[in-house]
Design a protein around this ligand. Sequence first.
Ligand SMILES: [Zn+2]
Length: 405
Amino acid sequence: MVLNPTPGASGAPQSTAKAKAPTAKNVIFINGDGMGAAAREAARLHLAGLQGRLTMDRLPVSGQLTTTPDDPKAVVTDSAAAATAWATGEKTYNGAISVDTHGNPLPTLGAQAKAAGKATGLVTTAQVTDASPAAFFANTADRGKQDEIARQYLDVSKPDVILGGGEDWWLPAGTAGAFPDKPAEDTSEGSRGTKGNLIAKAQRSGYRYVTNAKDLDKATGGKVLGLFGNEEMFQQRPEGQGDVYAPAVDLATMTSKALKTLDKNKKGFFLMVEEEGVDEFAHSNNGTRVLQSMQQLEKAVAVARAYQATHPDTLLVVTGDHETGGLAVEENDTADESGTGVSAEDGPFTIHGSDRTFTIDWTTSGHTSVDVPVTAAGPLASRFTGKHANTYVHDVLSQVLAPRR
Ligand SMILES: [Zn+2]
């Protein structure tokens, strides 16, 4: 018989005995938090041009995911319920971190990958304990318990690489750490953990702790905990009132470091990467900052894609947990204004390689329920063709990360 020689081209051959199906050893899963089709389109125009394509859009397989939670009080998902769907295959209520609708903990792909002998890691521009990464590596009935999530990282799921923001949750009140309490740019920030000094605990457990790009660069081998801010790695403030998107370490740099570290494991790895600014700045209807966040995300996707291209046993998936803002890409026409104040249209924004421009408009400061695009490359990528519930991500990823024995 003739076997399909092209990984991911038209579906792997089914379980014919001795068939050399392309198999996945590694998974890189990338979440553009709040990234719907329109955010991808705005970024495509701005970064790649009218006929251009982003790296995330060049991945060979494309599909759509629905995102509805199982919540008696909500129709539209939050990040916690959406990430729980990915990490456990179960629908749950908004705010739940990998617990079911009764609050019972569910097995997570992060912990299962570790149990299968794989190295694991998470990289985000949010707090490392924020809902999306948390659902892959922790279980709590309340996404706000970020200190408990940090404790579970150290005691239970033990990711080898943890890079992002949120030092406040790893230290008790009064212990400022590398980032001062009540900084001028946001005086509400300050250490607030209730689980003791988790950074000292991490160091005792063999993590190297780094808090800036230079030390991250020098950290080689072993486990690494990098926290690069009190909370998110950017300042989410109302438009024009101190909103800043300038992470101290690029998402792409963190992704590259994570891949270099996890790649050493012979049994493979699971890496979760997240860009949080797309969501948080869409909440404040800030088109300029959303585009900056999309640019960081696209660079990180390029790093992951370059790795995947030279490591064909790697499944790369790029999607979003939900759409935020009801973002629309429009012509520059002030007559179709659909809001005032922060909800006013943003722009005009430049189109790469063109003298034309476009406008971003908004319909809400919350999440919306539209489908999110999913694109993928590598073995099992072809499974993402078509339209599925977001729990389907778990169905595919679990084949690599939690194989049935
Ligand atoms: Zn989200």
